[in-house]
Design a protein. Structure first.
Lengths: 99, 477
Protein backbone atom coordinates (compact mmCIF):
# COMPACT_ATOMS: atom_id res chain seq x y z
CA UNK A 1 0.00 0.00 0.00
CA UNK A 2 2.68 2.45 0.98
CA UNK A 3 4.22 4.18 -1.97
CA UNK A 4 5.96 7.24 -0.54
CA UNK A 5 9.70 7.34 -0.08
CA UNK A 6 11.83 9.43 2.33
CA UNK A 7 12.92 11.92 -0.36
CA UNK A 8 9.41 12.49 -1.75
CA UNK A 9 8.09 16.03 -1.92
CA UNK A 10 4.37 16.68 -1.31
CA UNK A 11 3.07 18.91 -4.04
CA UNK A 12 -0.42 19.90 -2.87
CA UNK A 13 -3.10 22.06 -4.37
CA UNK A 14 -6.05 23.20 -2.28
CA UNK A 15 -9.16 24.39 -4.08
CA UNK A 16 -11.41 26.77 -2.16
CA UNK A 17 -14.25 29.10 -3.00
CA UNK A 18 -13.82 32.26 -0.99
CA UNK A 19 -12.89 32.41 2.66
CA UNK A 20 -15.64 30.24 4.06
CA UNK A 21 -15.24 28.56 7.47
CA UNK A 22 -14.84 25.17 5.78
CA UNK A 23 -12.13 26.45 3.49
CA UNK A 24 -10.26 28.16 6.28
CA UNK A 25 -10.54 25.02 8.40
CA UNK A 26 -9.24 22.90 5.55
CA UNK A 27 -6.19 25.10 5.10
CA UNK A 28 -5.43 25.14 8.83
CA UNK A 29 -5.85 21.37 9.11
CA UNK A 30 -3.67 20.77 6.07
CA UNK A 31 -0.92 23.02 7.35
CA UNK A 32 -0.96 21.23 10.69
CA UNK A 33 -0.80 17.75 9.13
CA UNK A 34 2.06 18.71 6.84
CA UNK A 35 4.08 20.36 9.57
CA UNK A 36 3.63 17.32 11.71
CA UNK A 37 4.43 14.64 9.14
CA UNK A 38 6.47 16.12 6.30
CA UNK A 39 7.99 19.36 7.63
CA UNK A 40 9.93 21.23 4.95
CA UNK A 41 8.99 18.73 2.28
CA UNK A 42 5.74 20.15 1.03
CA UNK A 43 4.28 22.96 -1.04
CA UNK A 44 0.67 24.13 -0.81
CA UNK A 45 -0.88 26.08 -3.65
CA UNK A 46 -4.27 27.56 -2.79
CA UNK A 47 -6.63 28.21 -5.70
CA UNK A 48 -9.70 30.32 -5.09
CA UNK A 49 -12.27 29.33 -7.69
CA UNK A 50 -14.26 32.48 -7.11
CA UNK A 51 -11.27 34.34 -8.57
CA UNK A 52 -10.26 31.71 -11.13
CA UNK A 53 -13.38 29.71 -12.03
CA UNK A 54 -11.82 28.43 -15.25
CA UNK A 55 -9.39 26.32 -13.20
CA UNK A 56 -12.13 24.05 -11.82
CA UNK A 57 -12.46 21.99 -14.98
CA UNK A 58 -8.86 20.87 -15.27
CA UNK A 59 -8.71 19.00 -11.97
CA UNK A 60 -12.39 17.97 -12.17
CA UNK A 61 -13.34 19.89 -9.05
CA UNK A 62 -16.90 19.51 -7.76
CA UNK A 63 -16.68 19.55 -4.01
CA UNK A 64 -15.22 22.39 -2.01
CA UNK A 65 -12.80 22.24 -0.34
CA UNK A 66 -10.85 19.75 -2.45
CA UNK A 67 -7.22 18.95 -1.90
CA UNK A 68 -5.38 17.50 -4.87
CA UNK A 69 -2.20 15.62 -4.10
CA UNK A 70 -0.22 16.10 -7.31
CA UNK A 71 2.95 14.51 -5.92
CA UNK A 72 3.96 11.98 -4.87
CA UNK A 73 1.98 9.96 -7.35
CA UNK A 74 -0.65 8.60 -7.65
CA UNK A 75 -2.70 11.78 -7.89
CA UNK A 76 -5.50 11.73 -5.35
CA UNK A 77 -8.38 13.93 -4.45
CA UNK A 78 -9.23 14.54 -0.87
CA UNK A 79 -12.48 16.35 -0.30
CA UNK A 80 -13.77 17.94 2.86
CA UNK A 81 -12.26 20.17 5.51
CA UNK A 82 -9.64 17.55 6.51
CA UNK A 83 -11.06 17.42 10.04
CA UNK A 84 -10.95 13.63 9.87
CA UNK A 85 -7.18 13.37 10.28
CA UNK A 86 -7.13 9.59 9.90
CA UNK A 87 -8.75 9.71 6.44
CA UNK A 88 -6.68 12.73 5.45
CA UNK A 89 -3.49 10.80 6.21
CA UNK A 90 -4.70 7.86 4.10
CA UNK A 91 -5.40 10.21 1.25
CA UNK A 92 -2.01 11.83 1.56
CA UNK A 93 -0.20 8.50 1.76
CA UNK A 94 1.18 9.46 5.16
CA UNK A 95 -0.35 6.89 7.40
CA UNK A 96 2.12 3.99 7.14
CA UNK A 97 5.19 6.16 7.35
CA UNK A 98 4.17 7.50 10.72
CA UNK A 99 2.05 4.64 11.96
CA UNK B 1 -41.92 34.27 -1.24
CA UNK B 2 -41.96 31.24 -3.47
CA UNK B 3 -45.74 31.17 -3.39
CA UNK B 4 -46.00 34.81 -4.26
CA UNK B 5 -43.77 34.40 -7.26
CA UNK B 6 -45.84 31.50 -8.51
CA UNK B 7 -49.05 33.49 -8.27
CA UNK B 8 -47.59 36.27 -10.28
CA UNK B 9 -46.47 34.06 -13.08
CA UNK B 10 -49.46 31.78 -13.14
CA UNK B 11 -51.58 33.66 -15.60
CA UNK B 12 -48.77 34.14 -18.08
CA UNK B 13 -46.41 31.25 -17.60
CA UNK B 14 -43.61 31.92 -20.03
CA UNK B 15 -42.46 28.93 -22.04
CA UNK B 16 -39.45 28.03 -24.08
CA UNK B 17 -39.90 26.18 -27.34
CA UNK B 18 -38.07 22.87 -27.30
CA UNK B 19 -37.86 22.76 -31.08
CA UNK B 20 -38.56 19.03 -30.82
CA UNK B 21 -41.37 18.20 -33.17
CA UNK B 22 -44.55 17.42 -31.29
CA UNK B 23 -43.25 18.16 -27.81
CA UNK B 24 -44.22 21.81 -28.00
CA UNK B 25 -47.76 20.81 -28.97
CA UNK B 26 -48.37 18.52 -26.03
CA UNK B 27 -46.84 21.00 -23.59
CA UNK B 28 -48.78 23.85 -25.21
CA UNK B 29 -45.69 25.82 -26.02
CA UNK B 30 -42.64 24.13 -24.55
CA UNK B 31 -40.89 23.87 -21.23
CA UNK B 32 -41.34 26.36 -18.38
CA UNK B 33 -39.00 29.26 -19.00
CA UNK B 34 -36.34 29.84 -16.39
CA UNK B 35 -37.21 26.68 -14.47
CA UNK B 36 -35.85 23.18 -14.30
CA UNK B 37 -37.63 20.28 -15.98
CA UNK B 38 -37.02 16.68 -14.99
CA UNK B 39 -36.82 13.98 -17.66
CA UNK B 40 -36.64 10.49 -16.28
CA UNK B 41 -36.54 7.05 -17.80
CA UNK B 42 -34.63 3.82 -17.96
CA UNK B 43 -31.30 3.36 -19.69
CA UNK B 44 -31.55 3.75 -23.44
CA UNK B 45 -34.93 5.45 -23.50
CA UNK B 46 -33.65 8.63 -25.13
CA UNK B 47 -33.20 11.02 -22.19
CA UNK B 48 -29.78 12.26 -23.20
CA UNK B 49 -30.83 12.69 -26.79
CA UNK B 50 -33.96 14.62 -25.89
CA UNK B 51 -31.99 16.90 -23.60
CA UNK B 52 -29.27 17.46 -26.16
CA UNK B 53 -31.75 18.11 -28.93
CA UNK B 54 -33.36 20.74 -26.71
CA UNK B 55 -30.02 22.56 -26.64
CA UNK B 56 -29.24 22.07 -30.31
CA UNK B 57 -32.67 23.23 -31.51
CA UNK B 58 -32.45 26.16 -29.13
CA UNK B 59 -29.09 27.14 -30.57
CA UNK B 60 -30.16 26.69 -34.19
CA UNK B 61 -33.75 27.95 -34.08
CA UNK B 62 -33.67 30.57 -31.35
CA UNK B 63 -29.95 31.39 -31.24
CA UNK B 64 -30.03 30.62 -27.54
CA UNK B 65 -26.69 29.29 -26.29
CA UNK B 66 -26.76 26.20 -24.10
CA UNK B 67 -24.55 24.41 -21.62
CA UNK B 68 -24.49 20.63 -21.46
CA UNK B 69 -23.03 19.22 -18.26
CA UNK B 70 -22.20 15.59 -18.98
CA UNK B 71 -21.77 13.43 -15.91
CA UNK B 72 -21.61 10.21 -17.88
CA UNK B 73 -20.29 10.73 -21.37
CA UNK B 74 -17.30 12.58 -22.74
CA UNK B 75 -17.89 15.38 -25.26
CA UNK B 76 -16.41 13.14 -27.99
CA UNK B 77 -18.83 10.34 -27.21
CA UNK B 78 -21.74 12.73 -27.18
CA UNK B 79 -20.81 14.25 -30.52
CA UNK B 80 -20.46 10.81 -32.04
CA UNK B 81 -23.74 9.55 -30.63
CA UNK B 82 -25.75 12.38 -32.10
CA UNK B 83 -23.89 12.72 -35.39
CA UNK B 84 -25.97 9.87 -36.78
CA UNK B 85 -29.07 11.88 -35.97
CA UNK B 86 -27.98 14.78 -38.11
CA UNK B 87 -26.83 16.94 -35.20
CA UNK B 88 -23.41 18.48 -35.65
CA UNK B 89 -22.12 19.58 -32.27
CA UNK B 90 -18.71 20.80 -33.39
CA UNK B 91 -20.15 23.68 -35.39
CA UNK B 92 -22.17 24.82 -32.41
CA UNK B 93 -19.18 24.50 -30.11
CA UNK B 94 -17.13 26.60 -32.51
CA UNK B 95 -19.80 29.31 -32.64
CA UNK B 96 -20.07 29.38 -28.83
CA UNK B 97 -23.69 28.37 -29.05
CA UNK B 98 -22.94 25.22 -27.11
CA UNK B 99 -20.58 24.32 -24.35
CA UNK B 100 -20.05 20.83 -23.03
CA UNK B 101 -18.57 20.39 -19.58
CA UNK B 102 -17.66 16.83 -18.75
CA UNK B 103 -17.86 16.22 -15.01
CA UNK B 104 -16.13 13.03 -14.00
CA UNK B 105 -16.58 11.60 -10.55
CA UNK B 106 -14.46 8.59 -9.67
CA UNK B 107 -15.10 7.25 -6.22
CA UNK B 108 -11.86 5.30 -6.06
CA UNK B 109 -9.83 8.49 -6.53
CA UNK B 110 -11.62 10.43 -3.84
CA UNK B 111 -11.08 10.42 -0.11
CA UNK B 112 -13.69 12.14 2.03
CA UNK B 113 -12.22 13.76 5.11
CA UNK B 114 -14.88 15.98 6.57
CA UNK B 115 -17.43 18.57 5.65
CA UNK B 116 -17.75 19.80 2.11
CA UNK B 117 -20.27 21.25 -0.32
CA UNK B 118 -20.57 21.35 -4.09
CA UNK B 119 -19.39 24.91 -4.60
CA UNK B 120 -16.97 23.61 -7.22
CA UNK B 121 -19.86 22.43 -9.36
CA UNK B 122 -21.67 25.73 -8.86
CA UNK B 123 -18.56 27.64 -9.88
CA UNK B 124 -18.06 25.53 -12.98
CA UNK B 125 -21.68 25.79 -14.02
CA UNK B 126 -21.76 29.52 -13.40
CA UNK B 127 -18.58 29.97 -15.38
CA UNK B 128 -19.86 27.86 -18.27
CA UNK B 129 -23.19 29.72 -18.37
CA UNK B 130 -21.60 33.16 -18.24
CA UNK B 131 -18.87 32.37 -20.75
CA UNK B 132 -21.38 31.91 -23.59
CA UNK B 133 -24.39 33.71 -22.14
CA UNK B 134 -26.33 30.45 -21.93
CA UNK B 135 -30.11 30.47 -21.66
CA UNK B 136 -30.49 26.69 -21.58
CA UNK B 137 -28.77 24.16 -19.36
CA UNK B 138 -28.78 20.37 -19.29
CA UNK B 139 -27.52 18.27 -16.39
CA UNK B 140 -27.13 14.70 -17.66
CA UNK B 141 -27.32 12.59 -15.42
CA UNK B 142 -26.76 14.37 -12.15
CA UNK B 143 -27.58 11.27 -10.12
CA UNK B 144 -24.15 9.93 -11.04
CA UNK B 145 -22.93 12.12 -8.19
CA UNK B 146 -24.51 9.67 -5.79
CA UNK B 147 -22.26 6.89 -6.96
CA UNK B 148 -19.19 9.09 -6.74
CA UNK B 149 -19.72 10.73 -3.36
CA UNK B 150 -20.87 8.92 -0.24
CA UNK B 151 -22.43 11.68 1.84
CA UNK B 152 -25.99 11.57 0.47
CA UNK B 153 -27.29 14.05 3.04
CA UNK B 154 -24.88 16.67 1.73
CA UNK B 155 -25.66 15.75 -1.88
CA UNK B 156 -29.39 16.09 -1.38
CA UNK B 157 -29.06 19.45 0.31
CA UNK B 158 -26.68 20.64 -2.41
CA UNK B 159 -28.89 19.47 -5.25
CA UNK B 160 -31.82 21.28 -3.74
CA UNK B 161 -29.66 24.37 -3.55
CA UNK B 162 -28.47 23.82 -7.13
CA UNK B 163 -31.97 23.65 -8.60
CA UNK B 164 -32.93 26.74 -6.69
CA UNK B 165 -29.81 28.46 -7.92
CA UNK B 166 -30.65 27.53 -11.53
CA UNK B 167 -33.97 29.32 -11.09
CA UNK B 168 -32.36 32.47 -9.77
CA UNK B 169 -29.89 32.26 -12.63
CA UNK B 170 -32.91 32.38 -14.93
CA UNK B 171 -31.89 29.50 -17.18
CA UNK B 172 -34.29 26.93 -18.55
CA UNK B 173 -32.86 23.62 -17.46
CA UNK B 174 -33.37 19.95 -18.15
CA UNK B 175 -32.25 17.48 -15.52
CA UNK B 176 -32.18 13.84 -16.55
CA UNK B 177 -32.50 10.98 -14.12
CA UNK B 178 -32.75 7.22 -14.07
CA UNK B 179 -36.12 5.69 -13.39
CA UNK B 180 -36.46 4.38 -9.82
CA UNK B 181 -38.33 1.34 -8.61
CA UNK B 182 -40.52 3.01 -6.03
CA UNK B 183 -40.07 6.66 -6.82
CA UNK B 184 -40.02 8.25 -10.26
CA UNK B 185 -36.29 8.68 -10.12
CA UNK B 186 -33.75 6.59 -8.31
CA UNK B 187 -32.80 9.37 -5.91
CA UNK B 188 -36.22 10.94 -5.63
CA UNK B 189 -35.17 14.08 -7.52
CA UNK B 190 -38.81 14.78 -8.36
CA UNK B 191 -39.06 16.17 -4.85
CA UNK B 192 -36.73 18.99 -5.81
CA UNK B 193 -37.61 19.53 -9.44
CA UNK B 194 -41.32 19.80 -9.51
CA UNK B 195 -42.23 22.34 -12.14
CA UNK B 196 -42.33 19.94 -15.03
CA UNK B 197 -41.75 16.19 -15.03
CA UNK B 198 -41.60 14.08 -18.19
CA UNK B 199 -41.24 10.31 -18.19
CA UNK B 200 -39.80 8.42 -21.14
CA UNK B 201 -40.37 4.75 -21.64
CA UNK B 202 -39.38 2.03 -24.04
CA UNK B 203 -41.55 -1.06 -24.14
CA UNK B 204 -41.36 -4.28 -26.03
CA UNK B 205 -44.73 -5.66 -27.04
CA UNK B 206 -44.75 -8.74 -29.27
CA UNK B 207 -41.04 -8.30 -29.83
CA UNK B 208 -41.61 -4.85 -31.26
CA UNK B 209 -40.25 -1.89 -29.37
CA UNK B 210 -42.24 1.28 -28.89
CA UNK B 211 -40.99 4.47 -27.29
CA UNK B 212 -43.48 6.54 -25.38
CA UNK B 213 -43.47 9.69 -23.33
CA UNK B 214 -45.83 11.15 -20.80
CA UNK B 215 -45.95 14.45 -18.98
CA UNK B 216 -46.51 13.56 -15.34
CA UNK B 217 -46.78 17.11 -14.15
CA UNK B 218 -46.54 20.64 -15.44
CA UNK B 219 -47.12 23.18 -12.73
CA UNK B 220 -49.18 26.15 -13.77
CA UNK B 221 -49.93 24.88 -17.24
CA UNK B 222 -52.32 22.54 -18.94
CA UNK B 223 -50.71 19.68 -20.83
CA UNK B 224 -51.60 16.56 -22.73
CA UNK B 225 -51.96 13.71 -20.25
CA UNK B 226 -51.82 10.73 -22.56
CA UNK B 227 -48.89 8.58 -23.42
CA UNK B 228 -47.46 9.72 -26.69
CA UNK B 229 -45.31 7.53 -28.88
CA UNK B 230 -42.14 9.08 -30.17
CA UNK B 231 -39.58 8.20 -32.77
CA UNK B 232 -35.84 8.56 -32.84
CA UNK B 233 -34.61 8.61 -36.39
CA UNK B 234 -32.19 10.46 -38.65
CA UNK B 235 -33.97 13.74 -37.87
CA UNK B 236 -33.79 13.39 -34.11
CA UNK B 237 -36.86 13.02 -31.93
CA UNK B 238 -40.44 13.31 -33.11
CA UNK B 239 -43.35 13.16 -30.71
CA UNK B 240 -46.88 13.01 -31.99
CA UNK B 241 -50.00 14.14 -30.25
CA UNK B 242 -52.09 11.20 -31.27
CA UNK B 243 -55.27 11.66 -29.35
CA UNK B 244 -58.43 11.40 -31.31
CA UNK B 245 -59.05 14.85 -32.59
CA UNK B 246 -62.80 14.68 -32.40
CA UNK B 247 -65.42 15.21 -35.02
CA UNK B 248 -65.08 18.85 -35.80
CA UNK B 249 -63.39 18.64 -39.17
CA UNK B 250 -64.78 20.47 -42.14
CA UNK B 251 -66.70 18.58 -44.82
CA UNK B 252 -65.73 20.04 -48.17
CA UNK B 253 -68.18 19.61 -51.02
CA UNK B 254 -65.47 19.45 -53.64
CA UNK B 255 -64.42 16.27 -55.36
CA UNK B 256 -61.35 14.42 -56.54
CA UNK B 257 -61.61 12.17 -59.57
CA UNK B 258 -61.02 8.50 -58.84
CA UNK B 259 -58.95 8.33 -62.01
CA UNK B 260 -61.46 5.92 -63.52
CA UNK B 261 -64.16 7.63 -65.55
CA UNK B 262 -66.66 4.83 -65.04
CA UNK B 263 -66.15 4.86 -61.28
CA UNK B 264 -66.53 8.64 -61.15
CA UNK B 265 -69.81 8.11 -62.95
CA UNK B 266 -70.95 5.60 -60.34
CA UNK B 267 -70.08 8.11 -57.61
CA UNK B 268 -72.47 10.80 -58.78
CA UNK B 269 -70.29 11.64 -61.79
CA UNK B 270 -67.66 13.44 -59.75
CA UNK B 271 -65.52 11.07 -57.72
CA UNK B 272 -64.54 10.96 -54.08
CA UNK B 273 -65.28 13.86 -51.76
CA UNK B 274 -62.19 15.84 -50.92
CA UNK B 275 -61.02 14.91 -47.44
CA UNK B 276 -63.11 11.76 -47.26
CA UNK B 277 -61.86 8.29 -46.44
CA UNK B 278 -62.27 5.47 -48.91
CA UNK B 279 -61.96 1.74 -48.33
CA UNK B 280 -61.42 -0.58 -51.26
CA UNK B 281 -61.71 -4.16 -50.11
CA UNK B 282 -61.66 -7.43 -51.94
CA UNK B 283 -60.05 -10.81 -52.31
CA UNK B 284 -56.64 -11.26 -53.85
CA UNK B 285 -56.21 -10.10 -57.41
CA UNK B 286 -59.43 -8.14 -57.74
CA UNK B 287 -57.84 -4.86 -58.71
CA UNK B 288 -57.63 -2.98 -55.42
CA UNK B 289 -54.15 -1.63 -56.00
CA UNK B 290 -55.06 -0.78 -59.59
CA UNK B 291 -57.86 1.46 -58.35
CA UNK B 292 -55.49 3.03 -55.86
CA UNK B 293 -52.94 3.57 -58.62
CA UNK B 294 -55.47 5.29 -60.84
CA UNK B 295 -56.41 7.57 -58.00
CA UNK B 296 -52.75 8.42 -57.43
CA UNK B 297 -52.42 9.34 -61.09
CA UNK B 298 -55.55 11.46 -61.00
CA UNK B 299 -54.19 13.43 -58.04
CA UNK B 300 -50.77 13.94 -59.61
CA UNK B 301 -52.32 15.05 -62.89
CA UNK B 302 -53.79 17.99 -61.01
CA UNK B 303 -50.24 18.83 -59.97
CA UNK B 304 -51.05 17.85 -56.43
CA UNK B 305 -49.20 15.50 -54.18
CA UNK B 306 -49.98 11.94 -53.29
CA UNK B 307 -48.29 9.88 -50.60
CA UNK B 308 -48.37 6.11 -51.07
CA UNK B 309 -47.71 3.82 -48.10
CA UNK B 310 -47.01 0.35 -49.41
CA UNK B 311 -47.09 -2.51 -46.92
CA UNK B 312 -46.92 -5.38 -49.35
CA UNK B 313 -44.88 -4.46 -52.38
CA UNK B 314 -41.80 -2.41 -53.04
CA UNK B 315 -41.95 0.87 -54.93
CA UNK B 316 -40.31 -0.67 -58.00
CA UNK B 317 -42.76 -3.53 -58.03
CA UNK B 318 -45.76 -1.23 -57.80
CA UNK B 319 -44.45 1.01 -60.58
CA UNK B 320 -43.89 -2.00 -62.82
CA UNK B 321 -47.32 -3.45 -62.16
CA UNK B 322 -49.00 -0.11 -62.81
CA UNK B 323 -47.12 0.25 -66.06
CA UNK B 324 -48.60 -3.06 -67.21
CA UNK B 325 -52.09 -1.56 -66.97
CA UNK B 326 -51.09 1.61 -68.75
CA UNK B 327 -50.24 3.82 -65.77
CA UNK B 328 -46.93 5.66 -65.86
CA UNK B 329 -46.51 6.67 -62.24
CA UNK B 330 -42.73 6.87 -62.39
CA UNK B 331 -42.80 10.32 -63.96
CA UNK B 332 -44.80 11.67 -61.02
CA UNK B 333 -42.26 10.19 -58.66
CA UNK B 334 -39.59 12.10 -60.58
CA UNK B 335 -41.56 15.32 -60.28
CA UNK B 336 -41.89 14.65 -56.54
CA UNK B 337 -45.66 14.66 -56.83
CA UNK B 338 -45.86 11.03 -55.86
CA UNK B 339 -43.88 9.58 -53.03
CA UNK B 340 -43.74 5.97 -51.92
CA UNK B 341 -43.01 4.62 -48.48
CA UNK B 342 -42.65 0.90 -48.56
CA UNK B 343 -42.11 -1.02 -45.33
CA UNK B 344 -43.03 -4.31 -43.75
CA UNK B 345 -45.82 -4.02 -41.18
CA UNK B 346 -43.78 -6.12 -38.78
CA UNK B 347 -40.90 -3.66 -38.93
CA UNK B 348 -42.33 -1.74 -36.02
CA UNK B 349 -45.36 -1.51 -33.79
CA UNK B 350 -48.66 -0.06 -34.85
CA UNK B 351 -48.06 3.15 -32.95
CA UNK B 352 -44.72 3.66 -34.61
CA UNK B 353 -46.29 3.14 -38.02
CA UNK B 354 -48.89 5.72 -37.16
CA UNK B 355 -46.25 8.16 -36.01
CA UNK B 356 -44.30 7.58 -39.19
CA UNK B 357 -47.35 8.21 -41.34
CA UNK B 358 -48.02 11.44 -39.42
CA UNK B 359 -44.46 12.54 -39.89
CA UNK B 360 -44.35 11.85 -43.60
CA UNK B 361 -47.69 13.56 -44.10
CA UNK B 362 -46.51 16.63 -42.22
CA UNK B 363 -43.38 16.80 -44.31
CA UNK B 364 -44.78 16.02 -47.76
CA UNK B 365 -48.11 17.81 -47.35
CA UNK B 366 -50.03 15.63 -49.79
CA UNK B 367 -53.56 16.11 -51.12
CA UNK B 368 -54.15 12.39 -50.91
CA UNK B 369 -52.78 9.44 -48.98
CA UNK B 370 -52.96 5.80 -50.04
CA UNK B 371 -52.38 2.95 -47.62
CA UNK B 372 -52.00 -0.29 -49.54
CA UNK B 373 -53.04 -2.54 -47.94
CA UNK B 374 -54.31 -1.49 -44.53
CA UNK B 375 -55.16 -5.12 -43.79
CA UNK B 376 -51.51 -6.03 -43.40
CA UNK B 377 -51.13 -3.31 -40.85
CA UNK B 378 -54.26 -4.40 -39.06
CA UNK B 379 -52.88 -7.87 -38.58
CA UNK B 380 -50.00 -6.51 -36.58
CA UNK B 381 -52.12 -5.44 -33.63
CA UNK B 382 -55.03 -6.49 -31.48
CA UNK B 383 -58.56 -5.51 -32.43
CA UNK B 384 -59.04 -2.62 -30.05
CA UNK B 385 -55.62 -1.23 -30.79
CA UNK B 386 -56.29 -1.37 -34.51
CA UNK B 387 -59.60 0.40 -34.21
CA UNK B 388 -58.10 3.15 -32.09
CA UNK B 389 -55.20 3.57 -34.46
CA UNK B 390 -57.42 3.80 -37.51
CA UNK B 391 -59.72 6.27 -35.83
CA UNK B 392 -56.80 8.50 -35.06
CA UNK B 393 -55.31 8.12 -38.51
CA UNK B 394 -58.57 8.95 -40.24
CA UNK B 395 -59.26 11.87 -37.91
CA UNK B 396 -55.77 13.18 -38.49
CA UNK B 397 -56.14 13.03 -42.27
CA UNK B 398 -59.61 14.56 -42.19
CA UNK B 399 -58.44 17.47 -40.06
CA UNK B 400 -55.97 18.21 -42.81
CA UNK B 401 -58.64 17.66 -45.51
CA UNK B 402 -56.52 14.92 -47.01
CA UNK B 403 -58.37 12.34 -49.06
CA UNK B 404 -57.37 8.86 -47.98
CA UNK B 405 -57.69 5.56 -49.81
CA UNK B 406 -57.19 2.31 -47.92
CA UNK B 407 -57.11 -1.03 -49.62
CA UNK B 408 -57.93 -4.13 -47.66
CA UNK B 409 -57.43 -7.74 -48.54
CA UNK B 410 -60.42 -9.90 -47.70
CA UNK B 411 -59.15 -13.30 -46.63
CA UNK B 412 -61.77 -15.60 -48.17
CA UNK B 413 -64.12 -15.34 -51.06
CA UNK B 414 -67.06 -15.74 -48.77
CA UNK B 415 -68.31 -12.78 -46.81
CA UNK B 416 -66.43 -9.81 -45.49
CA UNK B 417 -63.47 -9.87 -43.20
CA UNK B 418 -63.84 -8.94 -39.56
CA UNK B 419 -61.35 -6.17 -40.03
CA UNK B 420 -63.54 -4.45 -42.53
CA UNK B 421 -66.67 -4.48 -40.43
CA UNK B 422 -64.64 -2.84 -37.68
CA UNK B 423 -63.24 -0.30 -40.07
CA UNK B 424 -66.25 0.37 -42.23
CA UNK B 425 -68.00 2.64 -39.73
CA UNK B 426 -65.07 5.02 -39.94
CA UNK B 427 -65.11 5.02 -43.72
CA UNK B 428 -67.08 7.36 -45.96
CA UNK B 429 -66.95 5.43 -49.18
CA UNK B 430 -66.67 1.65 -49.30
CA UNK B 431 -65.98 -0.14 -52.53
CA UNK B 432 -65.97 -3.93 -52.63
CA UNK B 433 -64.24 -5.87 -55.37
CA UNK B 434 -65.01 -9.53 -55.96
CA UNK B 435 -64.24 -12.18 -58.42
CA UNK B 436 -66.77 -14.68 -59.61
CA UNK B 437 -66.97 -17.55 -62.03
CA UNK B 438 -69.78 -18.02 -64.48
CA UNK B 439 -70.50 -18.64 -68.15
CA UNK B 440 -67.21 -20.48 -68.37
CA UNK B 441 -65.06 -17.50 -67.38
CA UNK B 442 -63.68 -15.87 -64.33
CA UNK B 443 -64.43 -12.20 -63.98
CA UNK B 444 -64.12 -9.36 -61.52
CA UNK B 445 -66.90 -7.24 -60.20
CA UNK B 446 -67.17 -4.01 -58.28
CA UNK B 447 -69.91 -2.50 -56.21
CA UNK B 448 -70.21 0.52 -53.98
CA UNK B 449 -71.47 -0.60 -50.60
CA UNK B 450 -71.83 2.90 -49.32
CA UNK B 451 -70.80 6.41 -50.05
CA UNK B 452 -71.82 9.00 -47.53
CA UNK B 453 -73.36 12.19 -48.79
CA UNK B 454 -73.88 11.28 -52.41
CA UNK B 455 -76.24 9.35 -54.64
CA UNK B 456 -74.18 6.47 -55.89
CA UNK B 457 -74.85 3.59 -58.22
CA UNK B 458 -76.35 0.59 -56.47
CA UNK B 459 -75.68 -2.11 -59.00
CA UNK B 460 -72.76 -4.45 -59.36
CA UNK B 461 -70.55 -3.74 -62.35
CA UNK B 462 -68.13 -5.91 -64.16
CA UNK B 463 -64.62 -4.70 -63.58
CA UNK B 464 -62.32 -4.99 -66.59
CA UNK B 465 -58.62 -4.25 -66.35
CA UNK B 466 -56.71 -3.94 -69.60
CA UNK B 467 -53.52 -2.27 -70.70
CA UNK B 468 -55.67 0.77 -71.45
CA UNK B 469 -56.92 1.10 -67.91
CA UNK B 470 -60.05 0.18 -66.00
CA UNK B 471 -63.60 -0.07 -67.31
CA UNK B 472 -66.74 -0.78 -65.37
CA UNK B 473 -69.56 -2.15 -67.43
CA UNK B 474 -73.12 -3.15 -66.73
CA UNK B 475 -73.41 -6.85 -66.16
CA UNK B 476 -75.66 -8.49 -68.65
CA UNK B 477 -77.03 -11.82 -67.65
Amino acid sequence: MKTSKPDDVWNLRLYVAGQTPKCLAAFANLKKICEEHVPGKYTIEVIDLLKNPQLAEGDQILAIPTLVKKLPEPVRKIIGDLSNTERALIGLDLRVQNG
Amino acid sequence: MKVKQRQNTRSTLAKVSTGIRGLDEITFGGLPKGRPTLICGNAGCGKTLMALEFLVRGALDSKEPGVFVAFEETPQDLAQNVASLGLNLQDLLDCHLLKIDHVRVERSEIEETGEYNLDGLFVRLNYAIDSIGAKRVVLDTIESLFSGLSNTAVLRAELRRLFQWLKTKGVTAIITAERGEVTLTRQGLEEYVSDCVIVLDQRIIDQVSTRRMRIIKYRGSPHGTNEYPFLIDQDGITVFPITSLGLNHAAPATHLSTGVADLDHMLGAKGYFTGSSILISGTAGTGKSSLAGHFAQSVCRRNERCLYFAFEESEAQILRNMRSIGLDLARYVKKDLLRFHASRPTLMGLEQHLVRIYKEVDEFKPTAVIVDPISNLLNSGSGREVHSMLTRLIDFLKMKAITSVFTSLTPSRVGQGDDESAVSSLIDTWIVNKDWEGNGKRARSLCIVKSRGMAHAQNVREFIISDRGIRLTEITA
